[in-house]
Each structure stands twice: as C-alpha cells, then as structure tokens.
Design a binder for this molecule. Structure first.
Ligand code: GDP
Ligand code: ZN
Length: 356
C-alpha cells in the first residue's frame, strides 16, 4: 500500500529508529483543521498530532500533505497518532499571512512542479520566472506546461521563448479540452513520484487536474455512494494517485505559491548570470559604470541576452518589494494587536467602575 505512495528503501532506512520504537510509517494525504488523513499499510486512517508535536513551537515542524510520518495506530477505531515527521526531501514553504516569522509548509516531498501557463495569453516571462524560482526553491524540478494548445495555431515561438528563459527546463504542450499531450506530461513523472501544478489563475490548472484525475474521481465517487449512511468517512484527499503510479498534490495555497523566500530559487534559474557577475572586477559591482564589469561586457558581446538580464534585475527588485510588503504586514498586525490590547484594557477599566 505505502509503496504505491512512494515508500522506498531509503525511507525505510530513515525510519529504522521509529520502527524500533514500535511506530508504523504513513504518508499524509489530507490536512484539515481538526486532523490529518494518513495512508498506512492498513489503509487510510484519521490522525492527530501527539501532544509533544502539538506543543512544538515551530509550525514548520508540523506535518504537511506529502510528509512521511511515524504513527501509533488504533486499527479498531481507524485512528492514529503522529509522533514524528521524517526529514523532508523538498518542501513548498510560505510564510503565514499574519507573520513574517512563521514559515508554513504547504506541501512536502514534491519531486516535480509543473509550471502551468496558457498558450492563448501573452507570454509573461517574469511570472514564469517567479514560478520557476519557487519550484527550484522548494527542491522540486520544474517542467513548464503550455496549456490550451487547441486555441493556438503556432506553438513553436512560445516554446522557444520559454526554453530560452529556463535553459534545460523541459516544456510540454497540452490541451486538457482535447486530451492532447497528457501522456507526454505524465512521462516526466516516474512511478512513486509526486507533482504539483503551480501557476496563475485562469491558465487551466483545475481543468488539467480534472482530466488527469478523471478515473480517480470516479473511483472516489463510487466509494462515497456505497457508504452513503450519512457517515463522512471519505475525506477529500489532497494527495491523489495518478494513472501510471505517480501522485499529485493540490493543497490550499500551493497553486499560487509565490515569490517570498525565492532568492535561492532565482539563483537556480539565473545561475549563469550569477556566475558571470562573480567575475566582475569589484565584488560590489552595480553593473552600471564600474570598470571591468563582466555583465556589461557580456551584454555588449551578446553572450548575455539583454531581455534576460532585464528580467533578472526586475525579479530582484520584485523580491525586495515583496519582502518589504511582508514586513509592513507584520508591523501592521503588531500595531493592531497592541491596539486590541489597549481596547481590552480600557474596557476592563470601564467595567471596574461598574455600569453607568
Ligand atoms: P485555473 O484557474 O488555472 O484552475 O484555470 P481553469 O482550469 O479554471 O481554466 C480557466 C479557463 O480556461 C476555463 O474557462 C477553462 O474551460 C479553459 N480551459 C482550460 N483548459 C483548456 C484547454 O485545454 N483548452 C481550452 N480551449 N480551454 C481551456
Ligand atoms: Zn558588474
């Protein structure tokens, strides 16, 4: 059962200590406010955090969808307790909206990120670069997906433009509506591997997901119907098996996983530019008028594409803007919190004086 979900010898070795403690392995397939759904050798169980994990201050240490966990199980009740989270190979992280301090894992152990963009819209290179950066940042390898190929007569130029943006990153074209290109897309995933779809809204992610899940969804429906007793035993999974033995994760927030904390990812996409900049004569070269600037030389000789350089600079500026906004949000939240405390304080004082 768990082999189907990507359990491997490597994981088994990482699990040895937990196995000795009498714990069983499982993979988180859904996270809800009041608990988790976990796939185990004994099927899907409802799971809660152990007291120790729950009281752990670091939210990032809490399990997320895709995580492998160590469990004690109660098979009679189909429940389990999560005692530990196995080290993650990759993680999509975002900071909680109300805080710049708390990173939140929104999906773990993702092998591949399909960066989805639509062929009928103008290509937005900067957007694609952001999503590529987010993918690299997570540790997953990106594949660009051009959707709605049925609406486009000529696909070559767009694919070429993307290939230039992301050297070495595969590009696939699909039409979810006509069912074209889906096999080529799935071919990027090995059995046991897990993917996500990321990209701006409207590019066709839901449609693609539904087509990919076609059979799976019907299977889920069949289960629901057969136990239609008012019991809601089947939860909506956020990690689902795909035809061919791979998996897809669709958790809240992962589709539009953004820019924050993406500097490292930017480095992965613009590796060549960063290496080039390191050869400038001055360490703090601004690549403007400094003598011995390798970047300007490369631009002049044409070995560095001017558009790509512009994108790189723009992305840097945007990252700074996003970080600044996050800090502002945190400051505002802190101010509101303080304001709230004062209000409570004043109300308490009024109450002390009694009703008037
Ligand atoms: P999402 O916001 O990325 O999840 O995008 P949706 O899946 O909701 O799709 C946005 C719109 O594009 C919808 O009106 C879809 O019907 C349409 N769409 C999605 N895939 C295709 C496709 O392959 N071909 C065509 N012609 N339209 C598509
Ligand atoms: Zn320089």
């Amino acid at each position: 059962m768990i082999r189907q979900y990507g359990w491997s010898d490597l994981l088994a070795r990482a699990f040895e200590g937990h196995a000795r403690a009498g714990h069983a392995p499982g993979r988180v397939v859904v996270q809800q406010r009041n608990g988790y759904g976990v796939i185990t050798e004994e099927g899907e169980l409802r799971a809660k955090l152990s007291g120790r994990l729950r009281h752990q201050a670091q939210e990032a240490g809490h399990p997320a969808v895709g995580d492998w966990v160590a469990l004690s199980t109660n098979l009679a009740e189909r429940t389990a307790t999560i005692h530990a989270v196995l080290p993650r190979r990759t993680a999509f992280v975002r900071r909680a909206a109300d805080s710049v301090q708390t990173p939140q894992v929104i999906a773990a152990n993702i092998d591949l990120a399909f960066v989805v963009t639509s062929m009928n819209a103008d290509l937005n290179p900067r957007r694609i670069e952001r999503y590529l950066a987010a993918a690299w940042q997570s540790g997953a390898r990106p594949v660009v997906v051009l959707t709605k190929s049925d609406l486009c007569i000529e696909s070559g130029p767009q694919a070429a433009e993307i290939a230039a943006l992301a050297p070495g990153c595969p590009v696939v074209m699909v039409s979810a509506r006509q069912g074209l290109g889906l096999d080529a897309l799935l071919a990027h995933l090995a059995p046991g591997e897990t993917c996500v779809l990321i990209g701006s809204s409207g590019v066709g992610k839901s449609t693609l997901l539904n087509v990919l899940l076609g059979e799976q969804r019907m299977a889920t429906q069949a289960i629901r119907e057969s136990d239609d007793q008012g019991r809601h035993t089947t939860s909506h999974r956020q990690l689902v098996l795909l035809p061919g033995g791979s998996m897809i994760v669709d958790t809240p927030g992962v589709r539009e996983v953004g820019l924050i904390d993406a500097e490292d990812g930017v480095g992965m996409v613009f590796d060549d530019i960063e290496r080039l900049a390191e050869t400038c004569r001055f360490n703090d070269c601004g690549h403007a008028n400094e003598p011995g600037c390798a970047v300007r030389d490369a631009l002049q000789s044409g070995t560095l594409d001017a558009d790509r350089w512009a994108h790189f600079q723009k992305l840097g500026l945007e990252l700074a803007a996003v970080e600044e906004k996050a800090e502002r949000t945190a400051r505002d939240a802190e101010r509101r919190r303080q304001g709230g405390l004062q209000k409570v304080y004043r109300a308490t004082k009024r109450n002390d004086r009694g009703p008037h």
